[in-house]
Design a binder for this molecule. Structure first.
Ligand code: GLV
Ligand code: MN
Ligand code: MN
Ligand code: MN
Length: 423
């Protein structure tokens, strides 16, 4: 069945589609910070700014009418037959993490642009408008906030969010201003205030499951919730040569215990659950002073919200108890990046039927990564289509999906949009 479906599809995938997807990935990846590893194009950076003209131009070449909305999203519109019908929306992001790859988000943007082309080439106009969106800054950034553009479109960006500061003390609001966007107008996004028919995001899996099972497609069931915290450990400074081991109140050791406690929660998760500490900073710069102030950054993820809230309580108590044993005080700043979001049942069914009609096997799959789809889910019935990631690698330079795999995803997206248009 897989074989038949893929052979059928390989006859459908034109050389032009493969060329456009391949050259798109290559050209977009050239916009990168050359002093950073991998393909780094972080939100608000110069390479990101420069890449956006390229993306808008690609949309125009594909016949889309393009504008940048007040939230900084690049929006390309393909007009449907019935202007008053609620629009279909698809898209993803073109920013990357520091040291990231060439496919996360990018596949969904280039893939939607290609889908819009294929829909036009078919000569059968959609009933509804199709909006192709490159959402501003999806990756969690120096401000610790993900999905800036979709969050704003969904009216979920708060004043406190805009007051978040990076390590230099610059606020998120200031970063918007410096980028040429007005932080007081971010939720002024007319297309997102109109009723929308559905949102579908094509994305790489970023995990190993599809490749391991030899499946070309995954249809997302739910998207992980993310709880983050910064723990600040306050001990007591002292001479590293003369303070006895038992007299120390070492903030670094308390942080080290906390790193292990975070890992233990992830290892003990019943179903899908992961826990990561990404950064530990000490105020002590001298090699001969017992550390007195240490900050640690961690996150916990799961599609099981009750496990997630349980972990929050357990970690807070466990880390505080271990620190107390060491004579160290600890304070926590917890923040929810996003809660668990279920994909719409109807959109999942339509995407499954579309894949079936193309003869493409698929599996239902939860997403351990977050996506713009989380925020779009509050505006429209939401679904996501995953394609395989080589060795399950993502957020690193080795991230890879073949042009053929991407093209298969594009055809699944086109079929899903067609089915949704009539549904
Ligand atoms: C973004 O890709 C995330 O899941 O953190
Ligand atoms: Mn992504
Ligand atoms: Mn990502
Ligand atoms: Mn993501």
């Amino acid at each position: 069945r897989l074989h038949e479906g893929l052979i059928l599809l390989s006859q459908t995938i034109s050389l032009e589609t493969s060329d456009r997807l391949g050259s798109g990935v290559a050209e977009l990846s050239a916009f990168r910070a050359d002093d950073r590893p991998g393909w780094t194009r972080e939100v608000f950076s110069e390479p990101y700014r420069a890449s956006r003209d390229w993306t808008a131009a690609r949309m125009r070449e594909a016949g889309l009418e393009v504008h940048v909305d007040a939230a900084g999203n690049i929006v390309g519109r393909l007009a449907g037959r019935v202007p008053s019908a609620p629009a279909l929306v698809t898209g993803s992001h073109t920013d990357t993490v520091d040291g990231g790859g060439r496919f996360d988000g990018i596949v969904g943007v280039l893939g939607s642009i290609e889908a819009a082309r294929l829909l036009q080439d078919s000569g059968r106009q959609l009933e509804r408008d199709l909006l192709v969106v490159d959402f501003l800054g999806e990756e969690s950034n120096v401000f610790g906030l993900s999905c800036l553009g979709s969050r704003s479109a969904a009216q979920e960006m708060t004043r406190e969010d805009l007051e978040r500061r990076d390590y230099r003390g610059v606020s998120l609001g200031q970063a918007y201003t410096d980028f040429g966007l007005d932080p007081s107008r971010l939720s002024d996004v007319p297309w997102a205030k109109d009723p929308l028919h559905a949102f579908v995001e094509l994305h790489i899996e970023q995990g190993p499951t599809l490749e391991k099972r030899g499946l070309p497609l995954g249809i997302v069931t739910a998207i992980t919730g993310i709880e983050r915290f910064i723990a600040t450990f306050a001990g007591s400074a002292g001479h590293a040569g003369t303070t006895s081991m038992e007299d120390r109140r070492d903030a670094m050791v308390a942080a080290a215990e906390a790193v292990l406690a975070v890992r233990a929660e992830g290892c003990g998760a019943p179903t899908h659950g992961v826990a990561t500490s990404t950064r530990v900073e000490s105020e002590s710069r001298s090699p001969n002073v017992v550390p007195s102030l240490v900050r640690m950054y961690s996150e916990v993820r799961s599609v099981d919200s009750s496990w997630l809230s349980g972990v929050k309580g357990r970690l807070t108590a466990d880390i505080a108890a271990k620190a107390a044993d060491l004579g160290v005080d600890v304070g926590f700043e917890w923040s929810t990046d996003n809660t668990v979001v279920q994909a719409d049942r109807g959109v999942q069914d339509v995407a499954g039927a579309a894949a079936d009609a193309l003869g493409l096997p698929w599996m239902p799959i939860p997403s351990g990564a977050t996506h713009d789809a989380v925020h779009m889910a509050s505006l429209a019935p939401m679904g996501m289509i995953f394609i395989p990631s080589k060795n399950g690698k993502s957020h690193c330079p080795e991230e890879f999906s073949s042009t053929d795999d991407i093209a298969v995803g594009v055809h699944a997206l086109v079929a899903t949009l067609r089915h949704l248009d009539g549904a």
